[in-house]
Design a protein around this ligand. Structure first.
Ligand code: CMX
Ligand code: CO
Length: 140
């Protein structure tokens, strides 16, 4: 079952400047930086609030590290902005993805991949989700 908004992914050109905007404008302070080589991004998870399922909701600010990454392609076409939404699941993400796949929605990866902070992730195709690239997250 999906039990939270895990994060909203926001694509940006300058990670540090974008993090500074969110800190200075809204007062968010809990920031975790990491690089996800496989996804081709540098990112900052800015924690917004804890959630009733024992996890939390974040903004995920992402800057591409490679020109051939999904986010670089998207930024070149659209400019900065909301890139995806991510739901947290209370079960194995492979099981969640299989259930959703059974409803006719394309799941992008055959097996879960590494997400932020030790999580496991998969994605649903935006064309099957009314234009929204949707990520599934199993927290570490
Ligand atoms: N949101 C909504 N629609 C999107 C989209 C997005 N983020 N990215 C692409 N699309 C749409 C495009 O607008 C395009 O639509 P049209 O055909 O109507 O123009 C269509 O999907 C195909 O897009 P494309 O530009 O040709 O891009 P690709 O098909 O090569 O890739 C996708 C699209 C979703 C398969 C690819 O972005 C992907 O694999 N994404 C998953 C990985 C990812 O996004 N990683 C970064 C985040 C990492 C993290 O969260 O940790
Ligand atoms: Co994400």
């Amino acid at each position: 079952m999906l039990t939270r908004i895990d994060h909203i992914g926001i694509a940006c050109h300058d990670l540090e400047a974008t993090v500074e905007f969110y800190k200075a404008t809204y007062g968010f302070t809990d920031a975790h930086f990491e690089v996800n080589e496989e996804q081709g991004v540098r990112e900052c998870m800015l924690k917004i609030n804890e959630t009733g399922d024992g996890a939390a909701s974040y903004l995920q600010l992402i800057e591409p590290i490679r020109d051939d990454s999904a986010v670089a392609k998207w930024l070149a076409k659209n400019g900065e902005g909301v890139h995806h939404i991510a739901f947290g699941t209370d079960q194995a993400v492979a099981d969640e993805a299989a259930e959703i796949s059974g409803k006719g929605v394309r799941v992008l990866y055959d097996a879960p991949r590494k997400g932020s902070m030790g999580s496991l992730i998969n994605f649903l195709h935006p064309k099957d989700c009314h234009g929204v690239l949707t990520e599934l997250v199993q927290k570490a």
